[in-house]
Structure formats: structure tokens, C-alpha cells
Design a protein around this ligand. Sequence first.
Ligand SMILES: [Zn+2]
Length: 409
Amino acid sequence: MKRRNVQRLLAAALVCATLPGCRAPGATPDTHSKSGSQSSGGEPQPSVASAPRRRAGGPVTVRLASFAQASELELLDAQGRKRTARRSGQRIAIDGQAALERFELQAPADGVVGIGTARYSGELAVSVEPDGAWRVEHRVDFEDYVLGVVAKELGFGATPPQAWRAQAIASRSYALAQLEQRSRGNTEPYLFDGVRDQAYGGAPQPRNARERESLAQLRAAVESTRGMVLEHDGAVVDARYHSSCGGRTADGRAVFPELRSSCLSSVECAPCAASREVLWSWTVPAQQLTQLAKKYELGERLVALEPLKLDASRRWIEVELRGERANKTVRYEELRRELGRDKLRNARIVECWPKPGAKLDGGLRLSGAGNGHGAGLCQRGALDYARQGWSAERILGHYYAGAKLADRR
Ligand SMILES: [Zn+2]
């Protein structure tokens, strides 16, 4: 720990010569001043569970993996000046000067620093991984992180505040559950931006007066849930969520066997069931079928495919791949990863051509309903329920049956 602090101070000394406005590491990052207090949204609150462990407050570290492969980083420093960072081996040059191992940008109070078009409160620490990728660590106030996630996940257009509130509580719960699971010894755990954890683009940047007004409403909605998380059996809920379920959510533990909580059970979702917008269809190119057969050493060709295990919502959980020489059972989520999550949008297959188990002579076409893994809160359904007047508490009670709200500030 001591050695790391010395390294940070040395790095800071190097940086301060190059980037005016940086601060000495170790100080608490400034957080945005927010007003407002807990609001019940006019609904009866679920009972508050006891025995909190990790707090849903203070600073949190987010690894900004979305910048890892950028050729260079366009920076905005605390004084609003644009800088360019380029890497050479393990060294970083700012505007062609100096050769740093690491540098930090500290946002001023109620201000931001930036990379590319994204803006961040708190602190950014940039270094280079041994494999040459950028390592960007963002230290940010937990609630500012939650605000950024909600804005990125749902946007700040004409969204009902109760949908923002439900998303804020689910996102905060998910983040806290990951941090608890990733805590090992003295190492500070971190979250990732992007699909590995939650969408996060830093501080929301409204582009006009209408968006500024909408963002103010979003901020008030998130603030009204400050510190609130879902708990089940005394533990924070690993509150997975997804884009649209297609009419019924997945059995969470069938999709994610590592889930400890049983409250992500399969439930009806009337808004998705009534919508045709959530339907998708995709013809798998013959070349990809051949690649699958080769990857799993099943022979030159994939002969047939059949789901072996379905969950309560009839989502495909395990699939048998039959090749010319051998067969292999794989998890459907693995198949999605191999073939493209943007193509196989989810596991709720409503039509398979040819029929499961039949010969794939003419190719393979899969049709489904929904988008995403299907476990926990359905964002499309939550939006619709909020428009119908449901409170965030009722929405969360629907998708995380049996969970309670807890204050983890
Ligand atoms: Zn749904």
C-alpha cells in the first residue's frame, strides 16, 4: 500500500509539471452538491432490511474499457484545454512532451474533465497495460456513477420519473453486488463501463434547453433514491436487467448460475407480450455454421442443432450441436457470444427453421422475441408500467419478487 502511494505521488509530481490543475493524489475527490431528500413517490415503501455490509456511497472506481484500444486520447483538462496523449511502449507523451508512466486529471468542484466527447467528474488516472492497451481508471462519487448509468441506459428524453427511479435502484444494487463479490483482500474492486457491467458514459451532457430540463428531472428522480438498494435474505441483490424480455422474463439462475439470490424468477411482462417491436429474426450464414463445427471439433460440418434445456420462460439454456463426427452441448449464451449478440438478440426463440434436430442442409434461421439476457428488470416493460402509473417500488417488486428496499448510505 505504502509503495503504491509513493508511486502515485511520484506520478503526480511528473504530471503536475505537464497538466496544470491536477491535484495531489490521496485527497477525496470533490462531489457534486445535490439537493433533495428521500421520496416515497407517494407509494408505501417496502420494509427496510438490516445488517448492511458495503456502503452504496463514497467514491467508486470504474475502468473505462471503452478507451482501451484508442490510438490516442483527446483530453480536456481542468482548465478546459485540449491535450493529446499518445503512448509508446509503457510511456505516455502529452502534446508530444514528457514521457510519463501515468498521469491524472482531477475535475474541479462541480466541473468535469474529458476524454474524447465524454465528460467526467472526479478523477481520471491513465496508464498503459503491459499489452499496450490504455488503462483508464475513473474515480467517481457512487451517486454520480449511478446518475451516469441511468442517463446512458434510459436517456433523458420523455421518460417517466418512476422508470428512472427503478433503473437507479437496480443499477445501484447491481454495482454494489459486483463490488462486494470482487472485494479480495486489500485490493480495491472496480466496475467496468460497457457490456461487461453497465453502460456508463460519464457525466450526462445535455445539448439544448429541453435536454437540460429533462436532465434536471432525471437528477431529481435518481436523487430521490440515494443509497437505496434491493436486498434479499439480507444480501444486496445482483440486480441484472435487460432491454426487453419478449413477454416473460427469464429464470435468472438458469441464465446466470452464479446468482445467489432467487428473486430473479421468471415473471410475465404484459407490455412486451403485447408488442411486435421486440421480434427479431436472423439467418445464420453457412460459413458461421462451419466455423462452429470446427471450433468445437465436431467435423467439417454442423449437421443439426437442438435445445436440450429450457427455462421456465422456454428460453434456450443449453443447446446440443451435432456435427459429422461428434456432438457437443454448449450453453446458449456461449452460442450467442460466438455468433454475435447483436444477431441472436436473446434466448427466447419462438421459431427455428429447420425444426430443432432436423438436418441443416438449407441453413439455419432463428426468430425470437426480446433483446438481452432476459433476467431481472425488463427496461421496456418498466417504461410502459411507469407510463401506466406504476411506482418504482411496484415495478421493482414485480421483476425482483420478494426483494426489499434497504438504505445503504
Ligand atoms: Zn418485458
